[in-house]
Write a protein that binds this ligand. Sequence first.
Ligand SMILES: [Zn+2]
Length: 238
Amino acid sequence: MKLPIVCSQCMKDDIENAMPIAAVEFRDDGRYEVACPKGHRAIVFLQQQKFEILFDIGAYAIADGYHREAVSSFTASLERFYEFFIRALMLQKSIDPEVIDAAWRTVAAQSERQLGAFTLLYTLEFGRPPQLLSGPRIAFRNDVVHKGRIPTRPEALEYGQAILEVVRPILRDAQERFPDGIQKMVSRHLSQSHTAADLGQPAATLWITTIISLSVVDASHHSRSLEQAVAGLRRRPA
Ligand SMILES: [Zn+2]
């Protein structure tokens, strides 16, 4: 799975004919810098959040036959989604970002603590506990991630589908209840991808359609099964 990069200067010069100049590996910091053949320096920031990208990486892993890796990426996507939810909720309530960072550090190293924080904050906000991953799915995940179990394709699909069914309704709840917090998360994610040297440089924000998506409005996109989504993945240029 690679990300096609278009040069922002070439796009400015001739938007009709600007073509991707490179296909790059996904990066943790969301910042992509590529030398354009026309001599420009192309800096691109990917808008999508970590949980959106990680879920797509899992789907591509299934498409490529790496089912253990798919389970691992789906799990990471869910964990980062819980973090996103918690941070967006706190930003909505006007908690200072540095204060949120300081609080997060106390749970950062342990996903069980993060799950506890998520469960209670969700319940506080919505007056009911969230629908979480079921016990058998958690046992399956632990077998795969910690005990080296090699899942089949149907097992990986079923697990990813279960994650989708956990994330989608909670994401809808969050978008309805704290849209400003979510918008602040998106802005903060983009500004954190910038290095000091990027200020004042021409740069572009890149937006891709992911299976779990904060940005796609079309309802049918959010009711597609994982299997349908995997079947529809377009192979990006190598
Ligand atoms: Zn260029």
